[in-house]
Design a binder for this molecule. Structure first.
Ligand code: TRP
Ligand code: SF4
Length: 331
């Protein structure tokens, strides 16, 4: 099939991917890899913007992210995987963009203000953290991506990216950079096990790396409708996280479950067992592929070496253009 347009997206290597990440991003990427010329990269420089203090797990986190991608079904034959810090051109372009990037664009970015107040235990009143959107613009524009699949939280960064492209083209009377469009994931929102947003910091996730046993235990300990004490008590599926999971994992049974819950015909234990079975159908194969890939870290390195080569070729091409129109190609 002829692939149309370039898609690029990245993830920060900050620990095990969970089901929220799977439905929020990965599932979409897996679909896109058949239709577009895709670059998917490990945004390890980005991880440093908030996690520069302790880099002990830096390499393991990168490997683990790649294992999660491969196990979930991203295919290096179909798309280009690379690791951001291996392509030094990112550092150069980031520096060049930073020269003309108005501080006001960075200060008004909503994610900057949010994170500053939320991540109070970290000192992120840094130059690097403020420049996060510049780094993201670099990733996207380096490969002249047409489409960037991101969640809604990343939209302000994409807007700055478009502004950076426009400003560069204007200043250097060129058309080096196209303006990328977001590809908003039709977000299937999966709450955490406790009903709040699924997030590592809330300790309420199901990780792609959880063994089938652990997944089952996590499901069986979910809190259900507190009004139900006996199986015959009528239930309220709308207040029950188990039910929101059923909507995603048990599409053909969900009407029956809702009816039986409301009429006290199904007990919560049986209901959770059904859910555990259906989630296992998705997760067990991922888990098994994960175990296989964990034994093949040399092959993963080779995949990245190949992907880096392809990415670097494109990055070198873009940088040659950039230096030429900026007239900083002295020799
Ligand atoms: N900022 C993104 C996130 O935290 C990760 C990211 C870095 C990214 N560079 C990117 C996403 C370029 C898309 C395109 O989720
Ligand atoms: Fe939730 Fe299922 Fe119990 Fe109803 S029967 S309250 S949907 S776990």
């Amino acid at each position: 099939m002829d692939k149309k347009g370039t898609v690029l997206s990245g993830m920060r290597p900050t620990g095990a991917l969970h089901l929220g990440n799977y439905f929020g991003a990965l599932e979409n990427w897996i679909r896109l890899q058949d239709k577009y010329n895709c670059y998917f990269f490990v945004a390890d420089y980005h991880a440093l913007t908030t996690g520069y203090e302790n880099t002990d797990d830096y390499k393991d986190n990168i490997t683990n992210l790649l294992v999660d991608w491969l196990a979930a079904g991203l295919d290096p034959e179909k798309c280009t995987f690379f690791v951001q810090s291996c392509i030094k051109e990112h550092a150069e372009l980031h520096l060049l963009f930073s020269m003309n990037l108005p501080l006001s664009w960075l200060y008004r970015c909503p994610t900057y203000k949010d994170q500053l107040t939320q991540l109070k235990d970290k000192n992120i009143a840094t130059y690097g953290f403020l420049g996060y959107p510049c780094l993201m613009a670099t990733d996207i524009l380096m490969y002249k991506a047409d489409f960037v699949p991101v969640g809604e939280d990343q939209l302000p960064h994409l807007e700055i990216t478009r502004e950076i492209a426009r400003r560069f083209n204007y200043l250097y009377k060129s058309e080096v950079f196209p303006e990328p469009q977001p590809l908003l994931t039709k977000a299937k929102v999966l709450p955490g096990l406790d009903g709040r947003k699924m997030s590592k910091s809330y300790n309420n996730t199901i990780a792609l790396s959880d063994s089938p046993d652990v997944v089952r235990k996590k499901i069986m300990s979910m809190v259900t409708d507190p009004a139900r004490i006996h199986k015959t008590d009528p239930g309220h599926p709308e207040v029950c996280s188990v039910f929101s999971y059923h909507k995603l994992f048990s599409e053909d049974q969900v009407a029956e479950i809702e009816h039986d819950c409301r009429n006290g015909k199904i007990g919560c234990v049986a209901c959770k067992k059904k859910l555990a079975d259906n989630i296992a159908e998705l997760l067990t194969p991922i888990y098994e592929r994960r175990q296989q890939w964990l034994k093949r870290t040399d092959d993963i390195k080779d995949i990245i070496i190949e992907g880096n080569k392809k990415a670097r070729m494109k990055a070198e091409e873009t940088m040659a253009e950039v230096r030429r129109v900026m007239k900083i190609d002295w020799i």
